[in-house]
Design a protein around this ligand. Structure first.
Ligand code: FAD
Length: 508
């Protein structure tokens, strides 16, 4: 019997051992990749990173999610040293202001809310409690959310508090550079002007710099930012454009002096044609306006941003254009795109640095030491696509489910079609209060529930198991959780006091 032929993509494997890794680009992506590969495989590889001071980095990307802790643990990065070096603060979630409707706020926190029963999540009991007027706000049952509201933070035993960081992006790149160089990464300053490919295999052979130097490699990581010099401009991997679902295509970023103590959450403040971020660091604040140019020109955007700043600007507002979407393949031949070169979703849920981390960890799991296998490439691309599509749906949710109809932008968002996967999840929650997390999806049930309730969905029904509790039982159950949350929060120090004790950033 003839064996089943492999699909073409699997049959054309190039089997050259990988010993020389070339990372093109030294932003957050380039240095995170360099840090991870050098720490794990540095002894077996020759790793070079090329970056151009003249071109610089995108200069934003300062809010993270809790998965970054795992990245640091894998790399044995000391949290206090990292936080002091990057002027970092703690982040317990994101405060969405004016998203459900003008003047209405909610927090999407990193914590768990209440306690689930195996048949039904906590939201079912909370909904029953609301009906019987026994329950407070949904957020009253979440430690991280209440701590954020009260501007408090501390590490708790047994990882009792879920958190992430706000960090200074350029200091983080510097920190990771020092780390990577310690594991043997060679940094090359220079501008890449030509990418040489091998006509027979379509693999990249070398990068030629303005200086005339040619940097050869076996595996190339494209971290050149949005232009995707290797994956897009050279290998012509198409970019899938999602702007029919996500209408914002511009951002204007500005750094300001701090006013007051840093809060332990990111602020996301909706405006008539998008939203604005405010990210507090120890030494300054990062701000930016995200907007749809179709609904707001650059000049009014600049005026709006400047009118909504708290502190004095430290930099001039800088425009960044983007197209929401994803490369059709993020690994093609011997080139893997990680970071903005691979795609970009607006920073509403601070997911880009997480996707860099996922990209490099996945690459480590599939590392082609003995030669590139087309099956590995296909698997890498499949996982990457699945992961970003989930995040895409979660971000669209914030725009689609809103009561805002005060501007053409919000009316467009409210009435637009959404991916079928998201349409199903919204309908399921709306009708039954149920949420299920498929596979390894980044955002768990509690994130979806917080945002769906926060954006204004009130489920029509809930699980009958919650109806079976008597008033006394339900009241005791809800009251005990709330009491525990309040008691713990009351014992926490202020965020600022904790930062000063734990990881003060030296003046730089
Ligand atoms: P870049 O920072 O653009 O780095 C590209 C590198 O390539 C630079 O070193 C550059 O010098 C080099 N390079 C380019 N061309 C050449 C060449 N020809 N020769 C040599 N070197 C070259 N992510 C989050 O997780 N949280 C956030 O809050 C967040 N906010 C964001 C806000 C905005 C407006 C935007 C646009 C993005 C945001 N992101 C956020 C995403 C985040 O900024 C990026 O994921 C992250 O900074 C990684 O960028 P990068 O390293 O891929 O690209």
């Amino acid at each position: 019997m003839n064996p089943t032929p492999l699909p073409e993509a699997h049959a054309t494997a190039e089997r050259r051992p990988v010993r020389r890794v070339v990372i093109a680009g030294g932003g957050t992506a380039g240095w995170m990749v360099a840090a991870c590969i050098s720490k794990v495989l540095g002894k077996a590889l020759d790793i070079r990173l090329i970056e151009s001071d003249e071109i610089g980095t995108v200069g934003v990307g300062e809010a993270t999610i809790p998965t970054l802790l795992t990245f640091h643990q894998l790399l044995d990065i000391n949290e206090q040293a990292f936080m002091a070096a990057t002027g970092a603060t703690f982040k317990l979630g994101i405060r969405f202001e004016g998203w459900r409707d003008v003047g209405e706020d909610y927090i999407h926190s990193f914590g768990m809310t209440g306690k689930d029963h195996w048949t039904a999540g906590f939201q079912h009991f909370w909904l029953q409690g609301r009906q019987r007027q026994l329950a407070g706000d949904y957020g009253d049952y979440c430690l991280e959310l209440k701590a954020a509201e009260q501007n408090r933070f501390a590490h708790l035993p047994r990882a009792g508090m879920n958190y992430a960081f706000h960090l200074d992006a350029s200091r983080y790149a510097r920190f990771l550079r020092q780390f990577s160089e310690g594991y043997g990464v060679q940094r090359i300053e220079g501008k890449i002007n030509t990418v040489h490919t091998d006509a027979a295999t379509d693999h990249i052979r070398a990068l030629r710099l303005d200086s005339g130097a040619e940097i050869e490699g076996d595996l190339f990581i494209d971290c050149t930012g949005m232009r995707g010099l290797l994956i897009g401009e050279t290998l012509k991997v198409p970019y899938q454009d999602w702007s029919h679902w996500l209408h914002c295509d511009s951002a204007m970023a500005v750094q300001t002096h701090s006013v007051g103590e840093p809060v332990p959450y990111t602020r996301s403040m909706a405006h008539g044609a998008g939203w604005q971020w405010r990210i507090p660091l120890q030494h300054r604040v990062g701000n930016g306006l995200v907007y749809a140019r179709k609904h707001l020109d650059d000049e009014p955007a600049r005026a709006l941003l400047l009118s909504r700043l708290e502190g004095e600007p430290l930099t001039a507002p800088r425009i960044i254009r983007f197209t929401p979407g994803q490369r059709e393949q993020t690994w093609r031949g011997n080139c893997v795109a990680i970071g903005l070169s691979s795609g970009f979703l607006e920073p509403l849920e601070s997911t880009s640095i997480h996707l860099i981390q996922r990209g490099v960890l996945r690459l480590m799991q599939l590392f082609p030491s003995d030669g590139i296998s087309a099956a590995d490439v296909a698997e890498y691309n499949r996982q990457t696509r699945e992961e970003i599509e989930h995040i895409r749906d979660f971000i669209i949710l914030h725009y689609k489910v809103t009561r805002r109809s005060d501007t053409p932008f919000w009316r467009t968002c409210q009435t637009q079609d959404v991916p079928p996967t998201l349409r199903h999840r919204i309908a399921l929650f709306q009708e039954t209060a149920r949420v299920f997390r498929p596979g390894n999806e980044l955002f768990a049930e509690n994130s979806w529930i917080q945002v769906m309730l926060g954006q204004g969905i009130t489920p029509e029904r809930h699980h009958p198991v919650a109806d079976l509790m008597s008033d006394a039982e339900l009241s005791n159950f809800l009251g005990a959780i709330r009491h525990q949350v309040d008691r713990t929060v009351a014992q926490l120090p202020s965020h600022q006091a904790y930062l000063q004790r734990y990881c003060p950033a030296p003046a730089q």
